[in-house]
Ligand binder design. Structure first.
Ligand code: PMP
Length: 432
């Protein structure tokens, strides 16, 4: 009998009792190879000694100080680290406790920015179908999964959803990737114009789609064209890198590979690497200046923002990534992982597409390869796959089957950056 309010109320999961490196252990003594880092969270694996040492030292020194009274050395150091490594023009890091909170804060920053600069008529967000931005009401409103929004639709802020960048299904025959990207940017512009550009706050997108679409990597030029469209209409660009950011794709921020600088970047998951709940909004100077020169106050905040132990964990994770050259490792070993997945699964009759970057890969499952027809959601292929993988001692992150547009079943692979090549090969072999 459990008194924990598990999301799946009819099923109590195994009890995790230990973790080391890429492995988790349950109370029955079973070991699991963590091929998804939880949900793309664990960047350095479990029990990393440098992170634990930094956290212990911080707990001994100071575990908590409320930000209405104090800042802390460790929050200042983490913000300095994040701003130094962020795209040009980033001036501040606003701390929160997770991904949804980061998105929520970014949406409110966008709104308050326009209020401060005298454009209060901007009230509308544009986001993408088949996206996930979190479960708080604002993040849910911009999220592109109609099934998730459905029960709450009447109480959500205004958001319009345009097409995601999903070449496997939506790039037309004869259309080059570049032309496809430009078409999507044109469609975004049409949506802005249809709403009246003066009413649009921001376009919100995951740089690389994650938890609803099996890793959607953008086509070349797409985000540059999107940035131009946003600039033309004074609309902010918010890139959600909660899942794909903090090194997961081989650069610290995925948007670096797209050659664009968004107004706001949201990060979480890999920031604290699972050692502590922490997220951040990385803000460009003009956003912060508008608030500091206007009301002088961001009208938002949570009790635990900038929690010292969370900041210590995140700072240690980031320092290890830098010290050990893990971004370069993720780039080269990421190509190796992609090849291992293609070798093991490429010819499988139910694998439609394998796509990704760095240590962020998605496998799209189909009932029929030729027609790309997804499985009937009633078959719950993703849930069966998750169970089978766990029985084999593998943690991967399957989801899907909710019939939302053409969303089918996907498996997400996001191993910790420290994974050895042998472990990457094992992941591909176990999946096959
Ligand atoms: N944005 C993205 C892109 C995500 O993948 C997630 C979580 N899967 C979130 C936001 C929400 O993060 P959290 O679950 O930490 O609230």
């Amino acid at each position: 009998m459990t008194h924990v309010f598990h999301r799946h109320l009819q099923h109590t999961p195994p009890v995790a009792v230990g973790g080391q490196g890429l492995f988790l252990r349950d109370a029955a003594g079973r070991e699991y190879l963590d091929a998804s880092g939880g949900a793309a969270v664990s960047s350095l694996g479990h029990g990393h000694p440098d992170v634990l040492t930094a956290m212990h030292a911080q707990i001994d020194r100071l575990a908590y100080a409320h930000t209405s009274f104090f800042t802390t050395e460790v929050a200042e150091q983490l913000a300095e680290q994040l701003v130094r490594t962020a795209p040009a023009g980033t001036s501040h890091a606003y701390f929160v406790s997770g991904g949804s909170e980061a998105v929520e804060a970014a949406l409110k920053m966008a709104r308050q920015y326009f209020v401060e600069i005298g454009q209060p008529e901007r009230t509308h967000f544009i986001a993408r179908r088949q996206s996930y931005h979190g479960n708080t009401l604002g993040a849910l409103a911009v999220g592109g999964n109609a099934w998730r929004r459905a029960p709450f639709a009447p109480i959500l802020v205004e958001a319009t959803h345009v097409a995601p960048c999903y070449p496997y299904r939506e790039q037309q025959a004869g259309e080059t990737p570049e032309a496809y990207g430009l078409r999507l940017a044109r469609e975004l512009e049409e949506a802005i114009v249809a709403l009246d550009p003066r009413t649009v706050l921001a376009f919100v997108a995951e740089t690389i789609g994650g938890a609803t679409a099996g890793v959607l990597t953008p086509v070349p030029g797409y985000f540059k064209a999107v940035r131009e469209v946003c600039d033309r209409h004074g609309v902010l660009l918010i890139l959600d890198e909660v899942m794909c950011g903090m090194g997961r794709t081989g650069t610290l921020h995925a948007c670096e590979q797209e050659g664009v600088v968004p107004d706001l970047i949201t990060v979480a998951k890999g920031l604290g690497g699972g050692y502590q709940p922490i997220g951040a909004v990385l803000a460009q100077r003009h956003i912060v200046d508008a608030m500091s020169q206007g009301s002088g106050f961001f009208q938002h905040g949570h009790t635990y923002l900038g929690h010292p132990v969370a900041c210590a964990a995140a700072l240690a994770v980031q320092q290890v990534i830098e010290r050990d050259g893990l971004l370069a490792k993720v780039r080269t070993d990421g190509d190796f992982l992609g090849q291992a997945l293609r070798d093991a699964l490429g010819a499988h009759p139910h694998v439609g597409d394998i796509r990704g970057r760095g240590f962020f890969w998605g496998v799209e499952l189909v009932a029929d390869r030729a027609s790309k027809a997804p499985f009937d959601p009633a078959q719950k292929v993703h849930a069966r796959l998750k169970k089978k993988a766990m029985d084999l001692g593998l943690l991967c992150y399957p989801f899907g089957g909710t019939v939302d547009g053409n969303q089918g079943d996907h498996v997400l692979l996001a191993p910790p950056y420290i994974a050895s090549r042998e472990q990457l090969v094992s992941i591909a072999a176990l999946l096959a």
